[in-house]
Unconditional design. Structure first.
Length: 505
């Protein structure tokens, strides 16, 4: 009988056979089988009758770029080859909680490196211990020699490119995972305001049937569709995992379309204030994708780019006058759809203690939307195309353009993203450039990459965080976003910390 079993097999056959045995459960990724793993599993087997090892499925492995190095099939076969192991089972969840509920082990055994809860940045060990004890078991920490798959892979396998290696070396000189975690924790009490248009992103997944029989038109068949929060809403969601106090000021349609959807998909710790734009719908961007490779075929927008009516314009003006000075950090996400006028942009620049700006060029506003209505900006983020559009310059060296834009708009810190070439963060006061590599392994959807970077970067810069660290964290945030279709999830703090932890080994 194969040692590799399914959950269904365990429940239907194995559970009854081993009912009176002392069950030991070990759980992990086991990406590169090494002597530390072997000693840990051999010691664990001595403490019971049956040793079951659960192994995390590929998509839930959270160890950074290039991980797991070996597939779930390879990892399961490696562990199953050990004589001390009785059964191997796949864990199709981010944590061991579901496997613990399934197996109900008498002993759940972890390595000695997990004994100190302070070193567990995920907080999962305490939750796993609680689940084990609820099912009548105990957690135990073996004292076998430790080693690290991440360290061995980083040292012996070509996971990182030269630019990434340079980034990590710079980080290692100044930081470790504990000091980085503390630095990220410093932003949790910042009082943040996000201001900008709300956008609903609707993705329609299609099969391309081919050319229409009678006209030169591409025919598609709808297979599925999904709506996501976009615009200022997703910017607020991205920072909500890092900060306790996040307020959102946004515009929606006069008829309050999609309000149930919006409120349901904005995180609970975000306070919301809505402006209902007269004679306008809630901005709705529909994208048709070919499911074969997720290429976008067509985009259809439902919006009104005209300015706010006089009543709402005055209402927003008064809010800026009275409320904006009370926030530590104000992040403006201006998508050029008429919510923020030149007058209110000027006022934001004057009243905000620390102003971060994210403006975007899109099909609706190109040629009209400009960063020029803002000045004296503490932090701003644009991509290279937007920078060249803003400067009306296609060929000049990018660093020279960055310096010119920063000087023109009095931007203290300017980040320019360059897709797979990474990003450049410029400190105007110090005349200092920092280049950071891109860390996305797979680009699924680039829409919203800037949204995922702006808030966390702004908050860290507000706290005077080292530019090298800001750039790395921003790049890891973007890698989370571009690896998925649409805004299906927000930037996850724990995933960023785990990625850094394993990159630094």
């Amino acid at each position: 009988m194969s040692k590799i079993i399914s959950k269904e097999y365990y429940l239907k056959y194995l559970k009854k056979k081993i009912l009176k045995k002392k069950i030991i459960l070990c759980h992990g990724v086991f990406d590169l089988l090494h002597i530390g793993h072997i000693k840990y599993l051999e010691d664990s087997k001595k403490r019971g009758d049956i040793l079951i090892v659960s192994i995390t499925e590929d998509k839930y492995v959270n160890k950074g770029i290039g991980r797991p190095y070996f597939s779930i099939k390879q990892r399961m076969e490696s562990i199953a080859a050990l004589t001390c192991v009785d059964f191997v089972i796949e864990s199709s969840h981010p944590t061991a909680i579901n496997i613990i509920k399934l197996i109900k082990p008498n002993l759940y055994i972890k390595g000695s490196d997990y004994k100190n809860n302070k070193n567990d940045i995920t907080g999962e060990i305490l939750r796993e211990q609680k689940e084990v004890e609820m099912n009548g078991g105990k957690i135990f920490f073996v004292n076998t020699p430790m080693s690290s798959s991440s360290k061995l892979i980083n040292e012996n396998f070509e996971i990182l490119n030269d630019d990434q290696k340079k980034d990590i070396l710079s980080i290692k000189k100044k930081w470790n995972i504990n000091t980085i975690s503390k630095k990220i924790d410093e932003i949790k009490n910042i009082k943040i305001l996000i201001i900008g248009e709300m956008i609903i992103d609707h993705y329609v997944f299609c099969e391309a049937l081919g050319k229409s029989g009678k006209e030169p038109v591409l025919a598609l068949r709808t297979l599925a569709s999904q709506k996501y929060i976009g615009g200022s809403g997703i910017v607020a969601n991205h920072i909500s995992d890092f900060c306790q106090s996040v307020d959102l000021i946004t515009s929606v349609g006069e008829k309050k379309e999609y309000m149930i959807f919006i409120k349901k998909n904005i995180k609970e710790n975000i306070k919301k204030k809505f402006f209902y734009k007269k004679n306008s719908p809630t901005i709705y961007k529909k994208r048709y994708l070919d499911t074969y490779n997720n290429n976008k075929i067509l985009e259809v927008y439902d919006l009104n780019d005209s300015p706010l009516d006089i009543k709402n314009e005055k209402k927003l003006y008064n809010f800026i006058i009275n409320k904006v000075p009370k926030y530590d950090l104000v992040i403006v996400s201006d998508y050029g759809h008429g919510f923020i006028s030149k007058k209110n942009a000027d006022l934001l620049c004057k009243k905000a203690k620390f102003l971060a700006l994210n403006t975007q060029v899109n099909a609706s506003n190109i040629g009209y939307h400009t960063m020029g209505k803002y000045s004296k900006i503490d932090f701003s983020i644009v991509n290279e195309i937007e920078l060249r559009h803003e400067m009306r310059d296609k060929f000049t060296d990018i660093k020279l353009l960055i310096k010119r834009l920063a000087s023109r708009l009095k931007i203290k810190n300017l980040m320019v993203t360059q897709g797979n070439k990474g990003s450049i963060l410029f400190n105007n006061k110090l005349n200092l450039f920092n280049h950071c590599a891109a860390y996305a392994e797979k680009i699924v959807d680039k829409v919203g990459a800037g949204d995922s970077m702006v808030a966390i970067s702004a908050a860290l810069i507000y706290k005077k965080t080292d530019s090298v660290l800001v750039s790395l964290i921003a790049s890891l945030a973007a890698s989370q976003k571009v690896g998925k279709i649409g805004n299906s999830s927000r930037v996850n703090k724990i995933k960023i910390l785990k990625s850094i932890e394993h990159l630094l080994k």
